[in-house]
Write a protein that binds this ligand. Sequence first.
Ligand code: C2E
Ligand code: MG
Ligand code: MG
Length: 681
Amino acid sequence: MSSVREKTFKKLRRKKIWPPILVFVVFVIVCVVAILVFLQMFALYIMGTKVVHHFEEAQRVGGVIDALIDGGDTLHEAAYEMHKYILEGKEIYITDRDGNLVYQAGDSQPDFNKVLEFSLGQSFVAAADSESCFAQESGIGTIFCMPAEEVFGKVFVPGEEGEDLGEWLGKTIVSQDYWLRTILKDRNHAVYVKCNIQFKREDIAYVCIFGLIALVLLLIPVILLFVNTIRSIVTQRKMTLLFYLDPVTGGRNWLCFQNYAERILTRRMNNKKAFAVVNLHFERYQNYCACYGVKAGEGLLEAMDGFLNARIRKNEIFARNEGADFGLLLMCEGTNEEERQRHCCKRMHSLLAELAGLKPEQKIHFHAGIHMIPPYISEENKWYQARKDVDIDQLFAYANAARLESNCIQDRRISFFDQEMLGRQVWERWVEDTMETALRNEEFQVYLQPKYSPVNGKLVGAEALVRWDSPVKGIIAPGGFIPIFEATGFITRLDDYMISHVAKLLAEWTIQGKKTVPVSVNVSRAHFSQEGVAEHICQLVDAYGPRHELIELEVTEGAFFDDKDILVETVKQLRGYGFGVSMDDFGAGYSSLNSLKDIPLDVLKLDGEFFRGDEDGRGQIIVKEAIRLARSLDMRVVAEGIEKKEQVEFLAGQGCDMIQGFYFAKPMPVTEFEEKVEKDA
Ligand code: C2E
Ligand code: MG
Ligand code: MG
């Protein structure tokens, strides 16, 4: 069911939605990372300026010690001097090359387990203070770590009374001791100078302000991109709706039905549920539009859509198919097929009744064809497997086929699809598809059924009956294709074919000097109601030139209900040309004695049904009177469908002219008939 339209739609959908979302997500990630990196760099910059200042101080200490040693002092003396005179209160810690303590001024000392060489524009070696470090972390945190809660706890402490913003911002919130290393000139000793790094609220404020500016700058494109993405999604959604919109009803269209119905049926959780695909048809919609206007018709379809929308349940869907046809996928309740059908039928009946009431002042009718979809049992008998390869259009076609059948039957508004129905329709299709070729290839054969005289038992005539000798299906009896030919109008072509073939046969028999008997040919009522048909038949026969009296044309009784004037005219003309005309199947349909009064016929063919199941002899009474009537009207009588000896004897006694039936012979091919004529005529 993946039509080009659907493929285009899917492609369009994929294309529209994902690129903007992807671009947006990537952009947001890049922005967040950029802000974090920027903030970190800025924080490091602030820290770097402080550490550089401390390092200069440490280098100055190292320089002074170096100067004192150069002046003749020992390392101890120089360090002591340093401690005493230059940096009173400062703590220093001097180690030799191997890290052994050489001199210490102050109580605390570096923690040599937490030493880090790091770079903030220039390289530093620092150590954590053995007393003030809280936690062992990696990187710069090894030296300057402080619990985050403690830092943040101090940041947002409100100012004291009388304290202005400048003072509040200037307050130190982080004060951390650490040791910076400098190497003495002899390169054998390292001097660690204890420093104190402090962060004020203003430092954090700088970071925050810069972070905020960066955030705002990045937020603008993010917002623009976000708006664009949302717009794309909205456009895409609108497009989906448009794609799924039926221009007439304003509801869902067929593409939507196909997609969603397939989704519902193939959903795993629905595999144990039974469904019905329904074809709902608004009868004589075109006629409605012609009478009330197309706008009113479309308005009614819209109202139908609204009505169905209110009646449809979860896991069900409907849409307009085309014209005034709607497709519905309904759920069916019940433990077996019969119950489910009953449930579905009941629901559809009430739906149809309500729909018919949509326009109380107008008479509108609906038909429905239903194709039932039973619960799914997978081939491997696995309960969790879902339906596969669901072809909604095919299922709908089945429902449609069922609906077309219900159309033929008056007052049957709902009909269920079954395989027999499909077989019939497949057959009809095959006949319609192949009939033209069959006629061209002369696959239709003339069979002849003899007519006998009950008086002397001689073969006195025959009826030409068609047989279709198909290379694919073999011999097909007329019952299988005549009704289809009649429905399609192709029957007139077959009649012409049969008349020509019979005329040719009769001409051949005459030329060859064979025994010849009159042959009757069936002419459909469709043919008889056409003007100029007598001339047309005459031309067909004359193309071969047999005597006209040898040909009799059989018309069924039904034809007498059509345009009687044309019929009377045609019969008169045919008789004028010398052809015999008979009324076929007299008594089979709605017999009208009137037709016998108005139309001058040569032969009355009594229908075989008079003789079937005639236990109480009422059939015989009618046959007897019909023969008497025909004789009085100067018509000959042929009794058809005679199968028993007693029937023959009865008819002989009543003065019936000819008998045609299996008692004497079945319809047979021409060669066989020719032999029979030689024997029996
Ligand atoms: P029909 O014209 O009334 O032909 C008589 C039908 O009764 C034939 O069926 C024949 O085989 C059958 N029949 C004859 N004797 C007996 C009998 O003793 N018992 C039973 N049960 N049946 C008997 P067939 O050949 O199947 O034709 C059926 C109908 O198809 C014909 O009824 C006729 O209406 C139509 N048909 C046949 N050939 C043609 C044709 O070439 N053109 C047209 N328009 N209709 C034809
Ligand atoms: Mg006939
Ligand atoms: Mg008949």
